[in-house]
Write a protein that binds this ligand. Structure first.
Ligand code: SAH
Length: 282
């Protein structure tokens, strides 16, 4: 019985590779991955057989990994961040389905989670993901642009913090401008925006800016764009999206009068959190 490990290696630095990912890579005889990711873990895989390919050869890479593992090999297929987030994991399942693989057949699957770009980029700018957020990939290479535009519109109008993956590449420069235009219809120009490039890699670069100005900076394939919600604020150069503790509690940790710990937030007729209620005389 072969083993196929589908491994997220985190953003880049070895400190952010989990012990489980390290073990899966260590046990594999064949490592399959995009050239850039192979380079990130090269010290761990010296002496092993390596299949590295370019970006557009994902199907071939997934097939090669699956076929070798199916024939009894111990194979690790690696993706940056988490392999299930805009990564190879979904494609591996499609290849397995195509081959008619069933649970119990070779290979055994081992899916090893990794720290996503959203997590690692957020850690470099503060706490931008402290409340509801979503991620949207701006790559229209495999997804029709109208679908992406619709999601941008929905996320922007629903006040999510938005993480934009694959914001631009050498040839793809229009999408980030259109994304800006859609989001700017719903949020003020002063909304905090962070551009994080190559988080935890050699060429790491972080820019803190806002919705009106972020297009003036370089944005490429290795950038993740974090756009704040209406609640996101800047504090000492950090980008913070609060969870709402102050809606319910004072700084002494007491619930505001009219609010109860463990219960839904009480709202007034305008929908604002209640800070005091008229207490009827006994
Ligand atoms: N599986 C990955 C996502 C791959 S999609 C994950 O879980 O994070 C590729 C996109 O991810 C890039 O265009 C960029 O937007 C983002 N990304 C990946 N690694 C990054 C890093 N180290 N720093 C900043 N953004 C990164």
């Amino acid at each position: 019985m072969g083993t196929l490990s589908i491994v997220g290696i985190g953003p880049g630095a070895s400190q952010h590779l989990t012990p489980a990912a390290l073990a899966a890579i260590g046990e594999a005889e064949l490592i399959v991955g995009y050239t850039t990711y192979i380079k990130l873990v090269i010290d761990l895989i010296r002496g092993k057989e390596i299949v590295k390919t370019g970006m557009t050869e994902e199907i071939g890479r997934a097939r090669a990994a699956v076929e070798r593992a199916r024939a009894g090999g111990n194979v690790a297929i690696i993706s940056s961040g988490d392999a299930g987030v805009y990564g190879m994991c979904g494609l591996v399942f499609q290849v397995l389905e195509e081959l008619g693989w069933k649970r119990g057949d070779s290979p055994t699957l081992r899916i090893v989670p990794g720290m996503t770009a959203l997590n690692s980029c957020a850690s470099l700018v503060g706490a931008p993901l402290g409340h509801d957020f979503c991620s949207i990939s701006l790559s229209d290479l495999l997804t029709p642009w109208p679908v992406i535009a619709k999601r941008l519109e929905a996320a922007a109008s629903s006040d999510f913090v938005i993480g934009l993956y694959n914001p631009a590449s050498g040839r793809r420069t229009r999408q980030i401008v259109e994304a800006h235009d859609i989001i700017a219809r719903h949020r003020p120009g002063t909304t905090p925006v962070a551009l994080v490039k190559s988080a935890y890699r050699k060429l790491q670069d972080v820019v803190q800016t806002d919705l009106d100005h972020f297009l003036e900076y370089e944005i490429g394939m290795l950038t993740t764009v974090l756009v704040g919600s209406s609640q996101t604020f800047m504090y000492e150069g950090y980008m913070v999206t609060p969870r709402g503790y102050t809606n319910k509690y004072t700084w002494d940790g007491e619930a505001h009068s009219g609010q109860k710990p463990g219960r839904s937030l009480m709202l007034d007729d305008e929908g604002a959190p209640v800070r005091a209620v008229d207490v009827e005389a006994p």
